[in-house]
Unconditional design. Structure first.
Length: 284
């Protein structure tokens, strides 16, 4: 009987020990789970605060980006000579560009937690930062190439040449001391006629003279100045456009800036949408 009681006591002790061990393991597991959950919740809340900070920074950059886009649009409009005006460099718009401060830097998103972000939002964030850096580098180079007095004179002269290249030109033959020579003129279409054009001696002249277009098989006869030869702009670009290269480079630079600002504003919109979704969430 004593042996049986001893065996039963041992079994009871083992059972209690096992229950205590199981309880301890379960307690540790629950504690680990609760601790882990609390840690994840804390990390998520920190990521949420970071998202709100970045969202605020991106929103704050929009005003400067819109001013940048407006100034670049102004330079392109001036370069195209819209509204009947001659192509020109809009120096005031470039000065406005130079005065704008870079609206977004690495400190506004570096070492932040991206746990709450979608992958595409993170990609857009880095693309946005890179584009703004590239844009401001281009603006700095543009200002250096255009705003000095020497550069302004060169660009103004080049812009005037560019206008000449862009305007249809012709050549009116004349006879001087037995020699036939040709004088360059600017052309304008004559309404309702395919055989004649209106010519003028300068771009700003309002006085035009009608001339017949010289065609194959036509004889100049005794009145060569009644005719005009049409100048081929493609074959003559090397001569007529000799001084236009500076302005052409300038137009290329502002066109590149335009493409970059359009792309960046598209990224801006996606960022505001993606970050806005996260910023509207509540902490856990």
């Amino acid at each position: 009987a004593a042996i049986a009681e001893g065996a039963a006591g041992k079994k009871s002790t083992v059972k209690v020990a096992l229950l205590l061990a199981a309880g301890l393991v379960l307690g540790l597991a629950v504690g680990y789970f609760v601790s882990s959950l609390a840690g994840e919740r804390q990390q998520f809340n920190l990521a949420l605060r970071d998202a709100k900070d970045i969202y605020s920074a991106v929103q704050g950059a929009r005003s400067v980006m819109e001013q940048t886009q407006t100034a670049i649009d102004a330079t392109l409009a001036a370069a195209k000579g819209q509204g009947g005006a001659a192509p020109r460099v809009d120096y005031a718009a470039i000065e406005r560009l130079r005065a704008l401060k870079k609206p977004f830097d690495a400190g506004q998103f570096a070492r932040k937690r991206y746990l709450a972000f979608e992958g595409t939002t993170v990609d857009d964030l880095f693309a946005y930062y890179n584009n703004i850096n590239l844009m401001w580098d281009k603006i700095e180079r543009l200002a250096a190439r255009t705003l000095s007095e020497q550069r302004r004179k060169a660009l103004d002269a080049s812009a005037a040449t560019a206008e000449v290249v862009a305007t249809p030109t012709g050549c009116v033959p004349t006879t001087v001391e037995g020699r036939t020579m040709c004088g360059l003129v600017f052309l304008a279409p004559k309404e309702g006629s395919e055989d004649a054009v209106l010519v003028r001696s300068s771009l700003r002249s309002s006085q035009t003279v009608e001339k017949k277009i010289f065609r194959e098989g036509t004889s100049l006869g005794d009145a060569p100045s009644d005719y005009v030869f049409i100048v081929d702009p493609t074959k003559s670009a090397g001569v007529l456009g000799q001084g236009a290269s500076e302005f052409a480079i300038y137009v290329g630079e502002i066109s590149d800036l335009k493409a970059l600002v359009v792309q960046t504003m598209e990224i801006q919109g996606r960022l505001e949408q993606g970050l806005g979704k996260v910023a509207r969430l509540n902490e856990l």
